[in-house]
Design a protein around this ligand. Structure first.
Ligand SMILES: Nc1ncnc2c1ncn2[C@@H]1O[C@H](COP(=O)(O)OP(=O)(O)OP(=O)(O)O)[C@@H](O)[C@H]1O
Length: 326
């Protein structure tokens, strides 16, 4: 089942900004990362899901219900990007208040079962020792943990977290990563809006990239990063002695089929060229190196293309800015 399923979802601010025509599917039980540069429309998209913005047009189903249904909202945990808690409350009181916002009667939030739920949730986010301290004295990281506790309090099936770790130190981020993995293991779907690419790399099964309000890519992270499921590797070569007809000559000379044809990435006036090919393994890359040398080229460099998420992010953004993608 899809936990989030949107079709052409659009929300602008008097015709500007926001996000437009976003069609996105988030499968149940995964950790999904929404990526994009500042102002890409990520928070606008998330706010529509959380019911804080009404879409201008398009459709969305979340937790099996059209957007805005109270029944679906009850199964949703949401951590907004910018939030402030009442400074005079303690975490225990904040969570009791959130329990009531989530539909519990005041009487129920004083029950032993709910108190124990509050204690467990604060323990989960590492705030057990601060349960009865005033929030006014909390660091940003502690406030973020409390926001996470509020999102997790009522056992959601789907949690949407807008920048959940931005204020946390490295130890805190490590703890939250582990917590999100535990949630996934328990069947909870996590939708993460974040700039922390290493978190996405470490956690996410799937991701999507928004740019200028439009969705440019979405799918399993491994496929997005270049592993198209064909077992191939993108390989890059730098050679010298390049002539205009060299590519055609190499094509004729190559006996072994490549996963994708050899591509000329760039040349310069001195006869240097950068080539790229998708090869099945390093032996096939070695075969190409031998072919270049046999064809009279000088081989300067050969190696797998970097496919880190940061490279991918920069390539995606550059593709829209009309920049150099190499
Ligand atoms: N309340 C608003 N009124 C007018 N324009 C807005 C409003 N909120 C967002 N925008 C505009 O919509 C666009 C998308 O903003 P949004 O906050 O959704 O992006 P984002 O990807 O979450 O950015 P960031 O990573 O910086 O948080 C931006 O151009 C922003 O200026």
């Amino acid at each position: 089942m899809m936990m989030i399923d949107t079709a052409d979802l659009t929300k602008t601010y008097e015709g500007r900004g926001g996000c437009r025509g976003v069609t996105l599917q988030v499968p149940e039980g995964c950790i999904f990362g929404l990526l994009g540069p500042n102002g890409a429309g990520k928070s606008t998209f998330v706010k529509m899901l959380a019911g804080l913005h009404r879409p201008d047009s398009g459709q969305a189903v979340m937790l099996g219900q059209p957007l805005g249904q109270p029944e679906a909202r009850r199964k949703l945990g949401y951590l907004p990007e910018l939030f402030r808690f009442q400074e005079w409350l303690t975490p225990t009181e904040v969570l009791r208040f959130h329990g009531q916002l989530g539909g519990l009667r005041p009487r129920d939030t004083r029950s032993p079962a709910f108190r124990s739920r509050v204690r467990d949730t604060l323990e989960l986010v590492g705030l057990a020792d601060a349960a009865d301290r005033r929030v006014g004295g909390f660091s940003k990281g502690m406030q973020q943990r409390l926001g996470l506790a509020a999102a997790l309090l009522l056992d959601p099936e789907l949690v949407i977290l807008d920048e959940p770790a931005s204020a946390l130190d490295p130890v805190g981020r490590h703890e939250i990563r582990n917590l999100l993995k535990r949630l996934r293991a328990n069947g909870v779907t996590v939708f993460l809006n974040t700039h922390l690419l290493e978190d996405v790399e470490a956690l996410c099964d799937q991701a999507a990239f928004l740019y200028g309000g439009e969705l440019l890519a979405s799918g399993p992270l491994r496929e997005l990063l270049g592993g198209a499921g064909d077992g191939g590797v993108n390989w890059r070569f730098k050679v010298g002695g390049w002539l205009p007809d060299t590519l055609a000559a190499l094509g004729e000379a190559a006996g072994e089929p490549l996963v994708s044809p050899l591509r000329l990435v760039e040349t310069d006036a001195n006869g240097n060229a950068v080539l790229s090919a998708r090869v099945s393994d390093r032996e096939q890359a070695g075969y190409l190196c031998a072919l270049f040398i046999r064809s009279g080229l000088t081989l300067y460099e050969s190696g797998p293309e970097s496919n880190s998420l940061e490279d991918w992010f920069i390539r995606m953004a550059a593709s829209r800015q009309g920049g150099d993608l190499q």
